[in-house]
Ligand binder design. Sequence first.
Ligand SMILES: Cc1ncc(COP(=O)(O)O)c(C=O)c1O
Length: 412
Amino acid sequence: MKSLNIERIREDFPILNQQINNNHLAYLDSAATTQKPLNVIKAIEKYNISNNANIHRGAYTLSIKATEEYDKSRKKIKGFINSPYSESIIFTKNTTEAINLVAFSYGMENIKDGDEIVVLITEHHSNILPWQMVARKNKAKLKFVYLDENSIINMKDFKDKVTDKTKIVAVGHVSNALGTINPIKYMVDYAHQKGAVVLIDGAQAIPHMKVDIQELDPDFYVFSGHKMLGPMGIGVLYGRREILEKMSPFLSGGDMIEYVEEQSSTYAELPYKFEAGTQNVEAAVGLKAAVEYIEDIGLENIKNHEMKLTKYAIDKMKEIHYITIYGSQDIDKRGGVISFNIQDVHSHDVATILDSYGVAVRAGHHCAQPLMKYLGINSTCRASFYLYNTIEEVNQFIEGLKNVRKWLGYGS
Ligand SMILES: Cc1ncc(COP(=O)(O)O)c(C=O)c1O
């Protein structure tokens, strides 16, 4: 493991080098979306300058070049997550679309009256609503697993809820709202023992830690490019090949077919069966460049840096008596996300005041309204760190926090 040369890294992210409200921009919202390094921006530019054409369409050279770029991206993702097959990597628009694909193509066809689906109370809405739709349509039961007294997933509750009736366990690897890292390997194995299929929402994990599909062995693993230095508009569904092969297409139309008759059609092989219509090729190219950037820096080094910042920030925040931090107090169980509230101040006011100090944090329910309700709050502020953030930016954030209540006329 080595310390990151942040000064050097920041040269790759020109967007971070700007003033917001006469202050240095401290971008602490990477859990919402990350910034793009120059190699990603340039890869997209180069693709558009030299290689752009519609893929799988032409016998002409430019289309072949574009197709090759798209295929190289898929192979890069295969290697990055150690998927056994390229055909298991389906490009989607984002995590949300990937989960919907599984819910509609797998869930709607395989979940029957009386079956059960299990999710965690910490899930992002993207990993709740598609299952609500499946449960409602197929008369299945959607069950939630709650937290224990340490604000981590209650594993006894998990084991009680996952039973022989469970057909799908859909769990977040890392919570976007609390930053908690779930014991995902245990969950996968346990769910498999009960005969359930497992989907992991890896949107908040894949940018920050090594994910080895063959070791973890989920049936589906999904994530978004824009949370891992890549462009918006591209996401990934990894699916177990045997399951994907049996699933019907999610979207249908051009490019996902073999033969089309007036009344019926046969479909293309994997992965194309699930990639209907013109794909976001430039985003796939950008995603490949993002993975190259991450691999170059090293995921272990990235995680190590984020955890240093997180620990430093939490220690400083704990010194401020009117701040409540949510989620596990055990730093080893957390990612680089800190969800918090300031006593008597709405999270939106906190974020607006911090913005006046140049600090960008997210405020709201973080697309986790069931969790907020469960915690008895309506919103939190969330600071999230990535490889380009500095200790100075954490200090800027802490100084801003100390001023929030003063701004609103409270003594301290
Ligand atoms: C854990 C988690 N799942 C799903 C999503 C949805 O991602 P997207 O909007 O890219 O589909 C997010 C985005 O914040 C997330 O944090």
